[in-house]
Design a protein around this ligand. Sequence first.
Ligand SMILES: NC(=O)C1=CN([C@@H]2O[C@H](COP(=O)(O)OP(=O)(O)OC[C@H]3O[C@@H](n4cnc5c(N)ncnc54)[C@H](OP(=O)(O)O)[C@@H]3O)[C@@H](O)[C@H]2O)C=CC1
Ligand SMILES: O=C(CO)COP(=O)(O)O
Length: 366
Amino acid sequence: MLAYDRVAVIGGGAWGTALAAVARRAGRDVSLLARREDIVAELRDEARNSAYLPDIALPEGIGATTDPEEALADAQVVLIVTPSRSIRAMSELAAAHAPADAPFFICAKGIEAGTGLLMTGIAADAAPGRVLGAVSGPTFAVETAAEHPTAVTIACTSAADGATAMPDIAAARLAATLTTDSFRPYVSDDLIGVEIGGAVKNVIAIACGILAGAGFGENVRAALITRGLAEIKELAVVLGGRRETVTGLSGIGDLMLTCSSTKSRNFSYGAQRGQGIAEDQVFGGKPVVVEGRENATTVTDLARRHNLHMPICEMVRSIVADGQPIGEAFAAYWAAPIEAEPRALDISIAHPAETEAQIRFEELLP
Ligand SMILES: NC(=O)C1=CN([C@@H]2O[C@H](COP(=O)(O)OP(=O)(O)OC[C@H]3O[C@@H](n4cnc5c(N)ncnc54)[C@H](OP(=O)(O)O)[C@@H]3O)[C@@H](O)[C@H]2O)C=CC1
Ligand SMILES: O=C(CO)COP(=O)(O)O
């Protein structure tokens, strides 16, 4: 049978709940593991998750629980949908309770601090021998949960489970499992390319948000999206991913979405910082998952290790991690030597107006 009948989801937040809803609407038997009793009770009794997806009616029958054994023991496939910094612990938890032949699909977007591992790299460490994949793409949870049309990329390496034919590999099976009238998966075997797109676009979205919040226009946003895509492509290729994956849903698709909407937490975080709101006052001081904040450092650490310069990601890092004033950081980025596009041509012309640029941008930006 191509599709998985029994799907377990780890994470009762916005994206975990939305994916559980997709699987349930596709007719699957779904169990969702959450940490909070109130979320479990509301999902079970009212088919709602008002903490994370207010006003959205979810399908009946999502089997929510706080008990890992209950959630995972019968799973044929496990979706891990918690923030990137918790993926190691969640993979260990899943490995301890799920059947050995159930593949894990990681739906978080990021790179691990210290190790520089992609999300499936962490899972490979934590759950050796497991078939692993990723779900990524332009997907605001609130839209997916409300059955607005959504397309995703589902990736795994084709050799991962020893399958020889594409329909037998785990990514294709998960695509068959999750397809509904409103949810349309595409399948990829370029796990690295897909995961790099998801991790880096959040950092670029922060940059776009900062400059939008500071009052700059659409020109610079288009420039950052385009040059950000070049940074994604270079990192993906240096790590063994494929150039063409970057033009797909998990690359340019997610980058466009996240860099141009206040529905994005990364963009909104940047916009608030651009308006001059202090780091500890962003989102009114509430804890909100902003993956690009931490991943500005993990992405640039990884790039530096490969002698790759990612100027937009470095700019974001210097603001959010090193506390550099926005005007100064942007001026330094903007006054870099003039180079070729793409970088194949060896051109480097000193910017003539570094000082003027700094003075002007410092006046305009906080
Ligand atoms: N929201 C979206 O539109 C999309 C999100 N993603 C990605 O999905 C991942 C999760 O994001 P999202 O669902 O939006 O985040 P949310 O903040 O909505 O939910 C996070 C969930 O993870 C749980 N959680 C948080 N920290 C830990 C931890 N240390 N250990 C175990 N569980 C934890 C939370 O539990 P509790 O409620 O108890 O705190 C909550 O259930 C991120 O990597 C994000 O980039 C990907 C695509 C779309
Ligand atoms: O990954 C996402 C959309 O694809 C969600 O973006 P944010 O985490 O910025 O809200």
